[in-house]
Design a protein around this ligand. Structure first.
Ligand code: ADP
Ligand code: MG
Length: 627
């Protein structure tokens, strides 16, 4: 099949939209285009060095890896040239015509049309190559892939208006030159002083030389940056700004990170880690297939992106670099998986991240709160995935609580322990489908009356989480919806309910007989204060939330029959006790059981019958016998 020498293609629809949005919303930060182009040039040099490990000929011809920035103020052009891996014609069409990033569709669905909001989203998404169009009315990319002949190089060009043109051309040098024809308002970038400042500011950490000619003309090139891999420099030499700029390079996030940790480890295993906690969750945080992990280098040679072997899944939000002095250069993903040293480094990385989070929580609680909002539910997975670190993980958890009406979880377990009531040993929690359902649950009433705090768990992962919560600093976790609550040792309620009359003892078996298989039994409740009834599971049984989750996952549990607990102090229960056996008694007993079920977020077994009974009682409160 012969390829036409010149051909015009349309951008993927998303690219056109992104371009339009970016040109408008990023204009006030337009200088970031240079950082993006130099970042790509650096990636290309990294990739060439890696490819040359297996095939040294690839890097043998042509210049050493370097990045040149040239400009011509008369022609109004600015060119970023690298001697990296280069692109073939097809690669150029694919990489510079589509967006391959996972989460792209979701990203676009989140755009609101509100410029301010959208420009923040664009920053989170990462702007990349296309940011060249913020300052350029036309962009031309000349590229020759390492190892291909000079006459199959490619020229890609576009005015950013929906189409690009591809042409097969000849190019002596391997690598890529990206040339911008600057817009009227962007001529400031055709200036050595301005460019030098930007390179120093944004690209100092790049590991390859970035070269610039003082006058843009014919003279000698100067090296502008340090050209030393950022993470190899001593910590005391590096400022916050260095760390922030490098974060943008490794993360494709144009915002600032929340925190970072940089360690050079010596001894039996020698390696460096530079780990970042992003400020915002990526769009694909819950997609377990999406790329994650650190950039892996071996003795400063780039080996791979997304080396997930160095991070447990629940820390998939961490970005950064690991540089090992001990791994072989030809290490593969398979080898990494089996390597005992890698396992040890992975454990050390996890500890380091958890220590970083602990420090953040202690020293900057507001920033930690921001972290929890974005990543808390992912961190909870750690208790399931990494029980070895539970002592580190438990203090990092944050909960909603009955102590206040806050909408976001802010309470740590240590705070809870500090508020234990006299005589209280256990940590009480309640599971529900939403925070509102949790706050309204009748199961809280008895504890509330005693002034006992209850943690409110209402996230999807919480039913799993609680299976791994057994104790914290010697205090057991107790589900207020399961088992018998022993509240007697805790301070008595401020307003003692009237002592249940002995006459009610006969009621429990009568109700149990009426409800049959629906319940495991009927008993007086210590949990309730205002409501007449609630359902309670045995301490070892699965609660309704977990049961629903398992069912949704296609797993059928043997039906765990709940206990029906009735409130002896409630007028409806007293009335029930006064009714003789018969239709009215049956109807009211069923109504109370249905209410208890509704209160925990489940529909009554027979909704139509429930409504008939309810309406009958509403119309004839003395009888209610119609159902
Ligand atoms: P990202 O860098 O996040 O992948 P970009 O939009 O910056 O996204 O670049 C898109 C792709 O274009 C890169 O992944 C790479 O494959 C290709 N590319 C861009 N610039 C270069 C370059 N200078 N040399 C080789 N490939 C490049
Ligand atoms: Mg890029």
């Amino acid at each position: 099949m012969s390829v036409p020498a010149t051909e015009t293609r349309g951008f993927q629809a998303e690219v056109s939209r992104l371009l339009q949005l970016m040109i408008h919303s990023m204009y006030s930060h337009r200088e970031i285009f240079l950082r993006e182009l130099i970042s790509n040039a650096s990636d290309a040099c990294d990739r060439l060095r890696f490819a040359a490990l297996a095939e040294p000929a690839l890097a043998a011809d042509g210049a050493a890896p370097e990045i040149r920035v040239d400009f011509d103020s008369k022609e109004r052009t600015l060119t970023v040239t690298d001697t990296g891996i280069g692109m073939t014609r097809e690669e150029a069409a694919e990489h510079l015509g589509t967006i391959a990033r996972s989460g792209t569709a979701e990203f676009f669905s989140r755009l609101t049309g509100d410029q301010q909001q959208d420009s923040q989203l664009i920053g989170q998404f990462g702007v990349g190559f296309y940011s060249a169009f913020i300052v350029a009315e036309r962009v031309e990319v000349l590229s020759r892939r390492a190892g291909t002949a000079p006459d199959v190089a490619v020229r890609w060009s576009s005015c950013g208006d929906g189409e690009f043109t591809l042409e097969t051309v000849s190019r002596d040098e391997r690598g890529t030159a990206v040339r911008l024809w600057l817009r009227e308002g962007a001529l400031e970038f055709a200036d050595a002083f301005r460019l030098r400042g930007l390179i120093r500011r944004y690209s100092d950490h790049i590991a390859f030389p970035v070269l610039l000619r003082p006058d843009g003309g014919k003279g000698e090139y100067d090296r502008v940056n340090q050209a030393q891999a950022m993470w190899t420099r001593p910590r005391q030499e590096l400022g916050d700004d260095d760390y922030r700029q490098f974060y943008r390079h490794v993360s494709h996030d144009s915002g600032d990170p929340l925190a970072w940790s940089h360690h050079q480890v010596e001894g039996r295993r020698e390696y460096t880690t530079l780990l970042y906690i992003p400020a915002a969750a990526p769009f694909d945080l819950y997609n377990r297939e999406s790329p994650r992990g650190l950039k892996l280098y071996v003795r400063r040679v780039f080996i791979m992106d997304d080396a997930e072997q160095f991070l447990p899944l629940y820390l998939r939000f961490v970005k950064g670099v690991i540089d090992s002095a001990d791994l072989p250069l030809n290490v593969s993903r398979e080898l990494l998986q089996q390597d005992a040293d890698v396992q040890a480094i992975r454990a050390a990385v996890a500890r380091r991240v958890l220590d970083l989070l602990a420090r953040l929580a202690a020293e900057e609680p507001e920033r930690y709160q921001a972290f929890w909002k974005e990543f808390g539910n992912v961190l909870k997975e750690g208790l399931v995935e990494d029980p070895g670190n539970r002592e580190r993980l438990l203090p990092l958890l944050r909960f909603s609580s009955t102590i206040d009406a806050g909408a976001v979880p802010t309470h740590a377990l240590a705070d809870y322990l500090a508020r234990l009531r006299p005589g209280q040993q256990d940590i009480y929690y309640l599971l529900a489908d939403s925070l509102a359902a949790a706050r309204g649950s009748p199961q809280l009433e008895g504890l509330r009356a005693r002034g006992v705090e209850v943690l409110l768990l209402h996230d999807r992962i919480d039913p799993w989480l609680v299976m791994h919560l057994d104790e914290f600093e010697g205090h057991r976790f107790v589900d207020v919806g399961r088992g018998e609550l022993r509240l007697d040792e805790i301070a008595p309620p401020e307003q003692a309910p009237p002592a249940p009359s002995m006459a009610l003892e006969g009621l429990w078996p009568r109700v149990a007989a009426r409800l049959g298989d629906r319940v495991a039994g009927v008993r007086a409740s210590t949990r309730l204060a205002e409501s007449p009834a609630c359902l309670v599971r045995d301490a070892t049984a699965a609660g309704p939330q977990l049961q629903r989750l398992l069912e949704a996952a296609g797993q059928k549990l043997p039906p765990a029959r709940p206990w029906l607990e009735l409130n002896p102090a409630h007028a409806l229960v007293t009335r029930l006790n006064l009714l003789p056996d018969g239709e009215a008694f049956d109807s009211l007993a069923a109504l109370l059981a249905d209410q208890a079920q509704i209160a925990e977020g489940t529909a009554p077994v027979d909704p139509a019958a429930f409504l008939r009974r309810l309406n009958a009682w509403l119309l004839d409160p003395r009888m209610g016998t119609a159902a």
